[in-house]
Design a protein around this ligand. Structure first.
Ligand SMILES: [Zn+2]
Length: 87
C-alpha cells in the first residue's frame, strides 16, 4: 500500500515529466527548424557499420548515411566507437 509521501512524490514526478516533455518538444521544434533537410533517399549511401558505446557497451548498426564516413553517433553523452565494418 503506497504511503502518503509516495503519492506526493509520484505526483511530483508526473509534474517533472510534463515539464521535461514540454521542454523536449520545444527543443525538438527548434532543432528541426535549424537542421538542414535530409537528402532524398536516392542520395543516401548504403553503409553497414557498427558503433559501440564505450560507456555502457550498447552496440548499434548504421545502414544509411548521407556519406560513407558519417560522424559517429553519440550515446551516454560520448561519441560511440566504430567497430569493424561488416562485410
Ligand atoms: Zn551508452
Amino acid at each position: 500500500m503506497p504511503t502518503f509521501s509516495a503519492i506526493i512524490w509520484f505526483a511530483f514526478g508526473l509534474l517533472i515529466m510534463r515539464y521535461v516533455w514540454k521542454f523536449g518538444l520545444g527543443m525538438l521544434k527548434s532543432m528541426t527548424s535549424t537542421l538542414p533537410e535530409p537528402p532524398p533517399s536516392g542520395e543516401m549511401r548504403r553503409i553497414n557499420v557498427r558503433y559501440r558505446c564505450s560507456v555502457c557497451g550498447v552496440e548499434i548498426r548504421m545502414v544509411m548515411a548521407p556519406d560513407e564516413d558519417p560522424p559517429p553517433p553519440r550515446h551516454c553523452l560520448e561519441d560511440m566507437d566504430l567497430v569493424a565494418p561488416i562485410e
